[in-house]
Ligand binder design. Structure first.
Ligand SMILES: *Cc1c(COP(=O)(O)O)cnc(C)c1O
Length: 367
């Protein structure tokens, strides 16, 4: 693997192109050594919250707190927002794990399940009124299937009492969602934000807080240091319950600021340009087939194709020798699918180069 190669893997992925400079500045300013109970830290924390809220257009009355990962937030949501019953839209490895967490935490977990590579037909879904939280994985990173936001809104309209929780890990910042139609959204930073891993961002509204308080008053456990009340009690002071990933929060603030300067609409337009280009090249190539048949379910940020002649390892190796690292299929699809990340740090030029290399590639010769 060449040192100057570009990572188009769906997470971790290529770092946002300004990250190196921000880390260097942070080290110069000794950011990792400052106390997380100091004014310096509080300023960084406050700035990160402001910049991320601006980037994603989060309403003022929604709260934003930091955790260690998105996986952690699956657990925290179930602990804080569910007494007995959850409902999950399951269509790949990440949504499956979210669903399994509910069972592991002794909740009754219901689901509707779609085959790998497929989305959901909302007209056929029946969610019991007893479901306290309805969970979506808006962009299923394992299969490249996205759930249109209008579909999420339609479920919200039918179940106004339930907490609507959205895993948007590989969709942020591209996803342009109306927060008023959902109650919680979360992500970790090593995908679309292009940061080193080890930081989760959890956004939620007062409905989630009320639920956590109700469960707590009933004497139920809502966890320990990272419960909603504990995160908020510290959050209002621009602090965290435990020593946080200060460097990660600092760099997140800076990258979100860079993206805000560039303009989220420009980022979204570029993302659509690059995904259209790549889907069209893969669709026309005799050795590939798009995994997701339904156009409206095709992810803009994680592009997945089946390899119909040969093994994915050949094309992955060929591209990596040219300096471009794409992802293999997820888990059992490792050898017969490829996944290409399309995040803000991936330039149009990189996509044009990748597209040309894929067009030229013939499996019989390469195999
Ligand atoms: C990567 C990913 C996660 C897990 O993120 P961590 O930072 O590893 O906890 C959860 N959901 C989705 C959709 C993902 O792509």
């Amino acid at each position: 693997m060449a040192n100057n190669s570009i990572f188009l893997t769906p997470g971790p992925s290529e770092l946002y192109f300004t990250v190196g400079d921000h880390i260097q500045k942070a080290l110069q300013d000794k950011i990792p050594s400052i106390s997380h109970r100091s004014l310096y830290y509080q300023d960084i924390h406050k700035f990160a919250v402001e910049q991320v809220k601006q980037l994603l257009n989060v309403p003022d009355d929604y709260h934003l707190v930091f955790t260690n990962s998105a996986t952690e937030i699956w657990e925290r949501l179930i602990q804080n927002c569910v007494e007995q019953e959850t409902y999950h839209f399951v269509n790949g490895s990440f949504s499956t794990r979210f669903y399994e967490f509910a069972g592991l935490l002794n909740k009754k977990a219901n689901k509707t399940e779609a085959e790998f590579g497929y989305g959901f037909d909302m007209s056929k879904v029946e969610i019991p009124d007893s479901a306290e939280m309805i969970c979506f994985t808006q962009n299923e990173t394992s299969s490249g299937v996205q759930t249109p936001k209008e579909d999420i809104y339609s479920i919200r309209a039918k179940h106004p009492e339930a907490i609507i929780a959205v895993d948007a890990v590989s969709a942020v910042p591209f996803l342009d969602i109306d927060f008023k139609m959902i109650d919680s959204l979360f992500f970790s930073v090593q995908k679309g934000m292009g940061l080193p891993a080890g930081l989760g961002v959890w956004i939620f509204n007062d409905k989630c807080i009320k639920k956590a308080e109700t469960l707590s008053q009933k004497g139920l456990s809502i966890g320990t240091y990272h419960s909603i009340p504990s995160l908020l009690k510290n959050g209002v002071k621009n602090m965290t319950p435990a020593t946080p990933n200060v460097l990660g929060i600092y760099v997140l603030a800076k990258v979100a600021e860079d993206m805000n300067r560039k303009g989220i609409n420009v980022i979204r337009k570029e993302t659509i340009y690059k995904s259209s280009l790549m889907y069209s090249i893969l669709d026309q190539h005799p050795d590939f087939e798009l995994l997701v048949e339904e156009k409206s379910h095709r992810s803009n940020t994680v592009i997945v194709a089946k390899v119909v002649n040969g093994s994915s390892s050949n094309i992955i190796k060929y591209l990596s020798e040219k300096g471009l690292n794409i992802g293999a299929g997820y888990s059992k699809y490792k050898n017969n699918q490829i996944r290409i990340a399309n995040f803000p740090t991936h330039s149009k030029e990189t996509f044009l180069q990748l597209g040309d290399l894929i067009k030229e590639y013939k499996f019989k010769e390469g195999a």
